[in-house]
Design a protein. Structure first.
Length: 738
């Protein structure tokens, strides 16, 4: 008997589907049970939260009704697989006894039962997808699809789910076809995606579900509290104590996508300046290997893929955080390396800033990536000479002032925090002495951390530059200097808003029956304290509001504490009686108006505002057309806009301020960068007002916010030359005269 090749391919495809379907059907019969260790940890974790969490009095047993829908969303964040009737059924079955089962007897059967339904719904849907992909699709209709369904309801019934998925498949196929694939190639890519999803589903174990469910419970109290399984806690310990060869990024899972939570200062990703917080990693490709799509993959497997031998190359396909077109992709090539802490140290520069009448004024900037402490005794030999952030900044202050800097910008953009003691001591470099931060415990006790040293390292004009990624210790420093009237704060509409402190507690220490056994246990991260500024205002939720706000794409991204569910509230406590006052409102208003005037007439602000307006307009477009030609036309418009912005930036770069860098250690060599996205088959990257793709040094060309910070300081210096503008015999933005 002879078979035509087409028939053979069809037969092979049918057999593959049958094999997958058989495997999938086997999955839905799986039974999950909690180990005795997990059962003991469940009720212990709830006791920890109820006894020690800062927000413990705000969470009642009735609030546990939110656990089921939150857990469902953690499995199915885009509301694609469950039905609305599933939610109703789960709430009827579990809500009345959920708190008792979890807190009293450590029973989490609800976690396994909900997942079993999810597994069946997903398996059935994927088999439906395989059948649909064999059919024809019409890409000429005027239909639209809502990509972000996080705030939508689950489909009302199977028919509504089918219609949703019909549109979803068209959306996914168009996204692939926009990236230079034929319809058949797009179908194959989508098919492989869901085949991998089935395999990833099979990898999920009882411990994974327990971790996800218990983290959902912990996040009822606040978004930073979580539960670590034994394996995750082991990984966490490795990351904290040893060197790992990788890319230097902290990752997490959001709605089946691998999200970049944080870029580790000094790591390969940080030095490459291409990967950013909130970027989504779509696939990982080893050197000389094929890309592996990681959508739906367990985080531990993803991390294993990204780690690798030192100096080896890994290519990531990412969906940029700033992407307005969900089909946008960017290739990021990173050379793996050990995270070099010295590379994350503070560094500085002096810029030659144009002034009035053709004069040039030297202005200093100190960039601080994190509030690091001195190297410990167990640190690698190469890191032994590392000092603290405070010591490094003090050295740079000396270098910059000796080189003639007339003013100083402390750049805390993308500084996610660090040691509280460093925040206190570093603030002390700019004030005589006094309280810097108040820390309130869950018991209501308030401790004040103060600068006790009366010496001032720098008493000249000072500005602090922040953004939405400036968090924790950065907010303490910016807020304290603002409270003392020691600096003017410039940047995004507010900082991140993380004003809380967490501690990690190993479960074994609270389970006597396990303390002397070799059994591995998990851990719980709990929020136990809250930060307050000397004025008594919390940095929680609201962050620090700059005196002068500049246009920013980041203000239109959901990246702040206020965007997180169950975030702790903002509040105030009594002030700590400090010897200082905020800047004179008239001075601030005068400086603000001068800045606003420049924002209205300088071409660099036109460039910045165009990027912000374009991004905002795309963000407001919630519905994506399912017409291929319409999407192509939209891409052409976007490409033309990007070209215009690139040309505009190149023109602005010709007038960039010359600068001289100051490093405490030799700067690292420039890492390998990915080719421009336009040259790859992944579409163009989104515009970014702080893009550094064409930078030659440590400082971005056309850094609009930094340039404006220099101008604000210059304005303050000029105002200070008029005696009528002096407040308390003090020059604007300077420390009080001794």
């Amino acid at each position: 008997m002879r078979f035509r090749m087409k028939s053979v391919r069809h037969l092979a495809h049918t057999l593959a589907l049958l094999l997958l379907a058989t495997t999938a059907l086997g999955l839905t019969d799986r039974k999950f049970t909690a180990s005795p260790t997990i059962t003991a940890e469940v009720s212990t974790m709830v006791k920890m939260l109820e006894q020690w969490h800062y927000n413990r009095d705000a969470v009642r047993s009735s609030d546990y009704a939110q656990v089921i829908p939150d857990y469902m969303a953690s499995l199915d964040g885009q509301k694609l697989f469950f039905l609305h009737s599933d939610k109703t059924d789960f709430e009827t079955r579990f809500n009345k006894t959920l708190y008792w089962n979890i807190s009293a007897i450590g029973k989490i059967d609800a976690a396994y039962d909900v997942f079993s339904v999810y597994e069946k719904r997903t398996t059935d849907r994927i088999n439906w997808i395989f059948t649909e992909l064999d059919g024809k699709f019409d890409f000429t209709t005027n239909e639209v699809y809502r990509v972000d369904r996080t705030k939508s309801e689950w489909p009302a019934n199977p028919g509504a789910a089918d219609e949703l998925w019909r549109q979803r498949l068209k959306y996914e196929l168009i996204a692939e076809m926009l990236n230079k694939k034929t319809e058949e190639e797009a179908k194959q890519t989508v098919r492989k995606r869901y085949e991998r999803m089935l395999k990833n589903l099979a990898d999920i174990e009882a411990s994974d579900l327990a971790e996800l469910f218990l983290s959902t419970v912990a996040r009822l109290y606040d978004p930073h509290s979580t539960y670590f399984s034994a394996d995750t806690y082991e990984d966490f310990g490795i990351q904290m104590k040893l060197e790992l060869v990788g890319i230097g990024a902290l990752l997490g899972i959001e709605e089946d996508l691998c999200s970049v939570k944080e870029i580790v200062p000094g790591g390969p990703a940080d030095l490459g300046k291409q990967l950013k917080p909130n970027d989504k990693i779509i696939s990982v490709q080893q050197e000389n290997g094929e890309p592996v799509e990681i959508i739906g993959m367990k985080l531990r497997k993803i991390v294993d893929l990204i780690r690798g031998p030192k100096h080896s190359k890994v290519t990531l396909l990412v969906q940029p955080a700033e992407a307005t077109d969900p089909s946008s992709r960017r290739e990021v090539v990173i050379i793996r390396d050990v995270v070099k802490l010295n590379s994350a140290r503070a560094h500085g520069a002096i810029f030659q800033v144009p002034g009035a009448n053709g004069e040039t004024v030297p202005m200093g900037v100190i960039t601080l990536p994190s509030f690091y402490g001195p190297a410990g005794k167990d640190a690698p030999e190469a890191e032994k000479e590392k000092t603290s952030a405070t010591q490094d900044v003090a050295k740079l202050i000396t270098q910059l002032t000796q080189a003639g800097a007339k003013g100083l910008v402390l750049d805390l953009r993308r500084n996610g925090g660090g040691y509280l003691t460093e925040a206190t001591q570093l603030t002390g470099l700019f004030i005589k002495q006094g309280p810097v931060v108040q820390v309130k415990s869950s018991s209501g006790e308030i401790a004040v951390d103060s600068d006790e040293d009366s010496q001032i390292a720098y008493d000249g004009p000072l500005a602090v530059l922040v953004d939405r990624f400036s968090a924790s210790a950065s907010e303490i420093v910016a807020g304290a200097l603002q409270n003392y009237g020691r600096a003017i704060v410039i940047g995004d509409s507010s900082t991140h808003g993380k004003g809380s402190v967490q501690t990690v507690l190993e479960m074994k220490d609270f389970l006597p029956q396990l303390m002397r056994t070799p059994a591995k246990t998990g851990a719980t991260k709990i929020t136990v304290q809250k930060y307050y500024l000397p004025s008594g205002a919390s940095t929680q939720l609201k962050g620090v509001v700059p005196d002068i706000v500049l246009p920013s794409i980041e203000d239109h991204l959901p990246i702040g504490e206020s965007d997180m569910p169950h975030a702790l509230v903002w509040d105030e406590i009594p002030n700590s009686f400090f010897d200082g006052n905020p800047l004179d409102p008239q001075l601030v208003e005068s400086l603000r108006q001068r800045s606003i005037e420049r924002q209205g007439k300088l071409e660099e602000f036109t460039y910045l505002q165009k990027n912000v307006d374009w991004f905002r307009s795309r963000q407001e477009q919630k519905l994506i057309p399912l017409n291929l030609e319409t999407r192509k036309a939209q891409r052409e418009v976007d490409a033309a806009f990007r070209k215009e912005m690139k040309e505009m930036k190149l023109k602005l770069a010709k007038d960039d301020y010359p600068y001289t860098e100051f490093h405490l250690v030799p700067p690292p060599p420039k890492p390998i960068k990915a080719p421009p996205a336009a040259d790859a088959e992944t579409g163009d990257a989104e515009p970014d007002e702080l893009s550094t793709d064409d930078d030659d040094g440590s400082y971005a060309k056309v850094d609009v916010n930094l340039r404006e910070s220099f101008r604000v300081i210059y304005d303050a210096i000029k105002l200070g030359q008029n005696e009528s503008n002096l407040a308390n015999n003090r020059l604007p933005l300077t420390a009080p005269r001794q």
